[in-house]
Ligand binder design. Structure first.
Ligand SMILES: [Zn+2]
Length: 298
């Protein structure tokens, strides 16, 4: 199960409990990359890299929202973008944070949400991958991401990306120690149109190797709302995309799901309540099956 990450990678994914801080710092200071800079991206009056909801919950379910916010750290200005571009889907997953909060509340489950835009660093991409810090997003040039020095890419990754993923590792470990393998659910939303193609799916459900949650949700959603248009590995495939699930859930065999809500349907509080309520009803069914709480090993 550890074959996907080197021992060094596991060391830097160490859990965030205070007694291990020194260990984490040591592992990171050993890096060959030019990241010896003091943390400077966020100032003291800004939100940290992520927010945790219901951190006291021991229910074996963790909701994650990689693209929850369109905020840019003050030190980066607006990345050269206008307010309309920063409000659009290139900067965040519209409606996804509200859906994550609704589901965390309903299930009294822990959730971890990013506090900064995917345009600063995308928490669902492997660091270094060309779209991890996109110079262009859906055809829109991002001036603040052009010709980025590697030290700046590393700084964003160290200050925003890894803290979020360290937190996920720690939260999953904490839930797993209670006895049952936790279920990982990543909440996303997608633009209704991409490259001139109108996406018909109201909700897309994604999996890579482990399709247990996806298959259960497809069945339950179709029963609860027969006219819902459901995508199976559409509009994105879990086989092509998804650092978060591919790092935290799949190698360990944890049951998991990536979900894409179509943004035009979850732009408003009413839309969030409707599709979030439907999704929650189906998830109640799926999570009630005790056999789900096992690890699926390849
Ligand atoms: Zn997303």
């Amino acid at each position: 199960m550890g074959c996907f990450l080197s021992s060094r990678a596991w060391a830097t994914l160490a859990n965030p409990f205070p007694q291990l801080r020194d260990t984490v710092s040591f592992a990171m200071s050993d890096s060959p990359f030019p990241n010896q800079l003091a943390p400077t991206l966020l100032s003291g009056d800004e939100l940290p890299a992520f927010t945790v909801l219901n951190g006291e919950s021991t229910r074996p379910v963790l909701f994650l929202c990689d693209h929850a916010s369109n905020a840019i750290p003050k030190s980066l200005g607006s990345l050269g973008l206008g307010s309309a571009e920063l409000a659009d889907h290139i900067a965040w997953d519209i409606g996804a944070a509200a859906l994550t909060r609704l589901l965390a509340d309903r299930f009294e489950a822990c959730a971890v949400l990013t506090n900064y835009s995917r345009l600063v660093v995308d928490c669902n991409r492997p660091p270094g991958e060309p779209t991890a810090i996109p110079p262009v997003s859906d055809g829109v040039p991002v001036p603040g991401n052009q010709d980025l020095p590697e030290a700046e890419a590393v700084r964003r990754t160290e200050e925003l990306f890894w803290p979020y993923h360290h937190e996920i590792t720690g939260r999953l470990a904490h839930l797993w120690r209670q006895g049952r393998p936790p279920v990982v659910i990543c909440i996303h939303s997608c633009a209704p149109t991409m490259d001139g193609f109108h996406r018909p799916w109201h909700i897309g459900l994604m999996y890579d190797h482990d399709d247990r949650v996806t298959k259960g949700m497809l069945t339950a959603l179709a029963r609860l709302r027969p006219d819902a248009v459901l995508g199976e590995n559409q509009p994105y495939s879990g086989k092509d995309i998804g650092f978060t699930i591919n790092t935290h859930a799949e190698p360990a065999g944890l049951p998991n799901l990536g979900v894409e809500f179509r943004q035009d349907l979850v732009r408003t509080a009413e839309g969030v309540a409707d599709l979030g309520g439907l999704f929650g009803d189906a998830l109640e069914d799926v999570l009630s099956v005790e056999a789900l709480y096992t690890c699926l090993m390849a």
